[in-house]
Design a protein around this ligand. Sequence first.
Ligand code: COS
Length: 380
Amino acid sequence: MNFTLTEEQEMIKQAAKDFAHAELLPGVIDRDEKQQFPSEQVKKMGELGFMGMMVDPEYGGSGLDTLSYVLTMEELSKIDASSSVVVSVNNSLVCYGLESFGSEEQKEKYLKKLASGEIIGAFCLSEPEAGSDATSQKTTAIDKGDHYVLNGTKNWITNGNSASVYLVIAQTHIKKGYKGINALIVEKGMPGFEIGPKENKLGIRGSDTHSLIFNDVKIPKENRIGEDGFGFKFAMKTLAGGRIGIAAQALGIAAGAYELAKNYSKERRAFGTEIANHQAIAFKLADMHTQIEAARYLVYKAAWDKDQGNNYDISGAMAKLYASQVAMETTVEAVQIFGGNGFVKEYHVERMMRDAKITQIYEGTSEIQKIVISRNILKN
Ligand code: COS
């Protein structure tokens, strides 16, 4: 076992930390308040190579390992989870999905621009009645020979309006169930493709979440990813890695709130001393620190599994399940340590508490992670 980061990983972590403080922190409260998408920040993250971190440089990516990606997600999420979710979706769902399963033509046409951050992508699986129950797709992609005709609605799509390329999961052969599902590449502006209203959310308010409506959208056959009927497996395999990204986001939110609470407890005075000197506060910090460290090793282990070529279904699910729980508990405690100030926007922790909640929901709820974990442990 080796718990030491390489020199390169340390440099990437530091670069992400510096970027987060210099570019994400200014205006983060305002963007949250106004639900403003971090367009400038995303552009700069593309220039730094954060939008296609694991993609082969041949396709415009940074060619880094999953651990470097996780370290970056952690540092960005300490400051601004609304920006880091854009990085997560673009890297681990869109770029990974295209690089691993797309055709050479698809990689040339779409991946290069996505990995360099020239454009961003969205991953469209959820529907009004198919979030956790992902096999129940009502969106249809009917085979018309040289093209598909796409009809239906997708919900809660991250990067819903800001994306240029959408990976859309849809049912082609209804009688075949999940074996009849396809994944199609849809471009913004294709006739019949409409972007629905923006959701007014509890947290990650800077990210733009929309429903999408498809009315007889004509999709060329060459935009299907993989073989006919590969769509459900495509979604499952891609989400397995996506969960590592969200686990890293949850870890970052927890660690960010903990650092703020620790610093505050050394400044704020009550009963004649800094509140950190009261055991009620010191023990909270001890619990937070221990849980964050445990979450960190689950997240890094999942990234390591992916880099080693090991199966990471279970390690990714455990990392997401635990890190998201720690994010929720830690941010609630951080607000408590800040007391009255914790309830006020300028101290950041209330935003982190709101942002933490989504990590227990998207890319598979905590209950779904328990299904994945229990099935994996019981099959052996
Ligand atoms: N990698 C590869 N294949 C996978 C897989 C994975 N991680 N997980 C499932 N599959 C395959 C199965 O092997 C099976 O194929 P075969 O019949 O050829 O073996 C197929 O997919 C169906 O799997 P299963 O029978 O387990 O499907 P279920 O309907 O029971 O669903 C869960 C399994 C619940 C795990 C799945 O629906 C899921 O992950 N749901 C949550 C989706 C999600 O994350 N939604 C959030 C929206 S994205 S923000």
